[in-house]
Design a protein around this ligand. Structure first.
Ligand SMILES: [Fe+2]
Ligand SMILES: [Fe+2]
Length: 272
C-alpha cells in the first residue's frame, strides 16, 4: 500500500495570490499533477489541513476545482486556516465524514493500514490546536476497537516542539494526553502532521511522528528562540509512505518540481 500525504496548500480565492506573491492554487494543481504521474500510483492521498488560507466558500470551491483532476481517493482533515463547517459543506460528498459528529474524526477501514483522521482544530485559538476530551475519548475508543491492525493517525497540528519557536507556540495544546493514548496502542506506526511547513521527524512513545513539508510555501529552519515568523520558497514537496506486509512503513519525500532527467550509473546518459 502506498499512502501519499499532502499538506498546507493555503489556497486563496480565484485570482488571488498568497501575500501578493504566490499562486497557491497553482501549487496545489502542480502537486495533483505530480501525484497523478506517480508509478505506481498511491492508493490514497491524505490531506493534513490548511486546505485554504481563510476558510471561505470561494476558497473551498477553488480547492474542489483543482482536486477534481486528482485520480486517487482523498481523505482530508482541517487545519487552523480552515473553517470546519464551511469545509464540511464543501466536502459533503465525502462519505467517510460522520454526520453524528461535528469533527473530522474518522477511521478508514478497508486498507491493510488503518487510517485515522483526527481533527485538532480549535476555532477559539488564533493558530494553535487542541484535542478536547470528547476527541481524545473517541481516539482511545477507536484505537481499542482494532488493536491488531497497523495504523496511521493523520492530523494537522503536531503535539511536539520542533525548536522553531513561532510554530511551537501554535502546536496542539494537550500533547501529553495524546502521547499517553499513543503509548497504550502499539499498532500505531505513524502520526502524520502538517502545519509547520517543513519536514520534521521525531518519536511519540513507540511511534514515529512526521511533519510533511508544504506543497506550497515553506517555513525557514530557524532554531533561534526569537526567530521571526516567516515563510520562504524552498521547493514544495509531499510524503509517500510505503507499507508492505511484515515490514515497517518506509517514508519518502517527493519534490513536486522536476529537476531534469535522471542519469544512468552504467552509461552516464539520461534515463528515459
Ligand atoms: Fe499551514
Ligand atoms: Fe496550520
Amino acid at each position: 500500500m502506498l499512502i501519499a500525504q499532502i499538506t498546507d496548500a493555503h489556497v486563496g480565492a480565484p485570482g488571488s495570490l498568497f501575500y501578493d506573491r504566490f499562486d497557491t492554487a497553482m501549487a496545489l494543481a502542480n502537486a495533483v499533477a505530480a501525484l497523478n504521474a506517480l508509478t505506481p500510483r498511491p492508493d490514497v492521498v491524505l490531506f493534513t489541513g490548511d486546505l485554504t488560507d481563510t476558510g471561505t466558500p470561494q476558497e473551498y470551491a477553488q480547492v474542489r476545482r483543482v482536486l477534481a483532476s486528482l485520480s486517487i481517493p482523498l481523505y482530508a482533515v482541517p487545519g487552523n486556516h480552515d473553517h470546519r463547517e464551511t469545509m464540511r459543506a464543501a466536502f459533503s460528498d465525502h462519505e467517510y465524514l460522520d454526520p453524528k459528529t461535528p469533527f473530522f474524526n474518522y477511521a478508514i477501514e478497508h486498507h491493510p493500514v488503518r487510517l485515522i483522521g483526527l481533527d485538532t482544530v480549535d476555532p477559539d485559538q488564533f493558530g494553535a490546536g487542541t484535542l478536547c476530551g470528547s476527541r481524545l475519548e473517541w481516539l482511545e475508543r477507536t484505537l481499542a476497537a482494532r488493536s491488531d491492525q497497523p495504523t496511521i493517525i493523520f492530523m494537522h497540528h503536531p503535539t511536539f516542539d520542533t525548536g522553531i519557536e513561532h510554530m511551537d507556540r501554535i502546536k496542539c495544546a494537550n500533547g501529553d494526553a495524546f502521547e499517553k493514548i499513543v503509548s497504550r496502542h502499539n499498532q500505531i506506526e505513524r502520526v502524520l502532521c502538517g502545519h509547520v511547513h517543513r519536514p520534521v521527524l521525531t518519536k511519540l512513545a513507540h511511534a514515529i511522528a512526521m511533519i510533511a513539508p508544504s506543497i506550497a510555501h515553506q517555513v525557514p529552519l530557524d532554531l533561534n528562540p526569537d526567530g521571526p515568523s516567516s515563510f520562504n520558497f524552498e521547493p514544495p514537496a509531499f510524503l509517500l509512505h510505503r507499507w508492505q506486509a511484515n515490514q515497517a512503513i518506509v517514508s519518502h519525500t517527493h519534490y513536486v518540481e522536476e529537476f531534469g532527467p535522471a542519469f544512468s550509473f552504467a552509461s552516464g546518459q539520461p534515463v528515459n
